[in-house]
Structures are given as C-alpha cells and as structure tokens.
Ligand binder design. Sequence first.
Ligand code: ZN
Length: 116
Amino acid sequence: MLIPAADYLTYAEAVALYNDLREQDIIALVKSAGPPTFPYGEGMYYQLWIEETEAEAARETVEAFEAERISLRVLRCPKCKAPDPVPSPSPAWWKRLFYAGTVLHKCPNCNAEFPV
Ligand SMILES: [Zn+2]
C-alpha cells in the first residue's frame, strides 16, 4: 500500500526528495495535488508517496528533508501551508496602510491574504 511521505512540496522540493530517496533504492511516486480547477490542469503542489514497507527506511531521509525545508523558509500560506503565495496585485488602500512595510501575499490554494 502506498502512503504519503511528504506533502505540500514545490516541484523542486519533490524532485530533491525523490532523488534523496532514490539513493536509498526507494522509488517514490510523485503526485500533483491542489484544486482541480487550476487552469493548467496540474495541482499547485506535489506529494510524495512511498510503499508502506519502505516507510521505516525512508523515515530518516524524509525527516532530514523536512528539517532542511523548514530552515529554507520557503514562503508558505499560514492557513493551508501551500507553497508559493503570490504578492497581491492591488490590495485595498486601507490594507496597504495597515500592513505598511510588508507585502500582502495571496495564497493560490485557499485565497487567504497575509503580510510577508
Ligand atoms: Zn492557503
């Protein structure tokens, strides 16, 4: 049975983790995930799935990867944790005032707005 090893990866992260696991002879399955309405037909982020029997062997690699990923501080939505929020094109004037000194970002997954 396949189980999810990592979630909410950017494409680059998914490839990096896939290669790390590959070195241990663990072949992961990369799936895209996200809203099905996305215009390009692909998900907004990626998941890595591995065989349940290989979970124990993969655990250290995945944990090391997760730790490094946190230290890289990839911009993520505080609400749903999806990567790559985009700067809001034209926030309302009162939002610009309220969030002065920061840039309002909008999550492409759940549309939450938050300052960065
Ligand atoms: Zn979100």
